[in-house]
Design a protein around this ligand. Structure first.
Ligand SMILES: [Fe+2]
Length: 287
């Protein structure tokens, strides 16, 4: 099935559209290249959230980042949710939509958490068919995001990098590569973050996430409550040099700073990107 063609890979910088910033965001749109919104926060809400979303979407690109598709889950995909999402994305004309390579509900129970899939051939088959269905239903490119995870399955047959490649290639979808998640997972599960990044399907990466994490008791916790750590900035620079330019979003979901603070942190990300040595030929699309 034909989907709306994704824009060319390019280097752009955005933040999430958050209720905390509704008062000022319309006055600061020239300081961001795009905004990402959680459809679950807007789909069933009229009033101010709906007005602000439409106001900003008329002036900058917006991307949709969902948390409840449960692409890897056992229950049928929620057609009511997909239908509502399709209507909203058609109205806003988003370049793509994204959700996670994980599951968040099973057997009718909503976990309010993004749980990892086993890295098995069976899980690939299962999630590929669901990604294809969702992508065809919405009619726009679907970007799946690599989640952070704190448990692993003894029956995994593939590495995480192999699993991601297999899913993205067979589903013919795109990838939202969360650089902080790669860093956190690599530390927690003992693999090389740069080797993981280098193994990603570069042509399919249309978006990056950058976020902060904290040191837990013996492991890192992906909290989205902090500035981006310098180690993750370094990994982002390596990612740009290895995978290439892509829309880059600062994720901040807890202890959210003022819009000034968000834009200042976004500037740090821009400066890191400016210090990257992009391969010849990618600078044109970065303009
Ligand atoms: Fe993310």
């Amino acid at each position: 099935m034909e989907h709306r063609a994704p824009p060319q890979k390019s280097l752009r910088f955005g933040i999430g559209l958050r209720r905390e910033h509704f008062d000022d965001i319309a006055d600061r749109l020239d300081e961001v290249d795009f905004l990402e919104f959680l459809p679950e926060n807007f789909l069933r809400f009229g009033g101010r959230p709906s007005r602000v979303l439409r106001e900003v979407a008329a002036r900058v690109d917006v991307t949709s980042h969902g948390v409840s598709l449960s692409l890897g889950g056992p229950d049928p995909l929620n057609k009511t949710y997909l239908t509502e999402l399709r209507t909203l994305l058609d109205e806003l004309d988003t370049p793509w939509f994204s959700d996670h390579l994980s599951y968040s509900s099973a057997f009718g129970v909503e976990y309010h958490d993004l749980l990892p899939l086993p890295f098995t051939a069976e899980a690939v088959d299962h999630v590929v068919s669901r990604i294809q269905f969702a992508q065809d239903f919405i009619g726009r490119p679907l970007l799946v995001e690599n989640p952070s995870y704190y448990m692993s399955y003894p029956d995994s047959e593939l590495t995480e990098a192999e699993f991601v490649n297999e899913v993205v290639s067979r589903a013919d979808c795109n990838l939202l590569l969360d650089v902080n998640n790669v860093y956190v997972n690599a530390q927690n599960h003992g693999y090389d973050a740069r080797a993981f990044i280098a193994a990603m399907p570069a042509d399919r990466v249309l978006q990056y996430h950058m976020a902060g994490h904290i040191q837990g008791d013996g492991f890192l916790v992906d909290t989205h409550s902090m500035p981006v750590r310098d180690e993750v900035m370094d990994l982002y620079r390596y990612t740009l040099e290895t995978v290439g330019p892509a829309w880059t979003l600062l994720e901040w979901d807890h202890a959210i700073p003022s819009l000034d603070g968000m834009i200042a942190e976004l500037s740090r990300i821009r400066e890191t990107a400016a210090s990257a040595h992009l391969a010849p030929g990618t600078l044109e699309v970065a303009a």
